[in-house]
Design a protein around this ligand. Structure first.
Ligand code: ATP
Length: 134
């Protein structure tokens, strides 16, 4: 079966480095699929699930935004943070969700609303991916 190389790296670690059958990225303008021998492309990514198929099995990882570079039968994803679904700490994500919701509800003068909203989106997405609800 034809494959392409998928690499997902964050500033701390390599989360995925595998030969896969297909990738679906959370592009900033919507999801897009990458099959073997895809034409070159560069896209910004938003918070969301990055899905891929390996040996016929579907996998899903959380991505907190970044960039995807498709070139030479390789999809390189550089993300601010990323975790495989099985590595997501649900209790931590739940705490992060509550913190962000509290900040947004209190709406103090020094609130950085965009930052709090992004933290909330990350937490909700992690919970949905960990619970396989997405
Ligand atoms: P928190 O407030 O809990 O740190 P966050 O959304 O601000 O959440 P990030 O800045 O996206 O966290 O990530 C910081 C580091 O912590 C990254 O290495 C990321 O993979 C890891 N991380 C964050 N939340 C979780 C989680 N719920 N489960 C596993 N790893 C997590």
């Amino acid at each position: 079966m034809s494959t392409l190389k998928l690499e997902v790296v964050t500033p701390d670690k390599t989360v995925v480095s595998e030969d896969v059958e297909m990738v679906i990225c959370p592009g900033s303008e919507g999801e897009f699929g990458v099959l073997p021998q895809h034409i070159s492309l560069l896209s910004a990514l938003k918070i969301g699930p990055l899905r891929y198929r390996r040996d016929g099995k579907d996998e899903c990882i959380f991505i907190s935004g970044g960039f995807a570079d498709v070139n030479n039968n390789k999809c390189s994803v550089l993300a601010e943070s990323a975790e495989r679904d099985c590595d997501i700490d649900q209790a931590r994500a739940e705490e992060a969700r509550k913190r962000a919701e509290k900040r947004l509800a209190e709406h103090t003068d020094d609130l950085d609303e965009a930052r709090a909203e992004a933290a909330l989106r990350r937490a909700i997405m992690r919970l949905e991916i960990a619970r396989k609800a997405i």
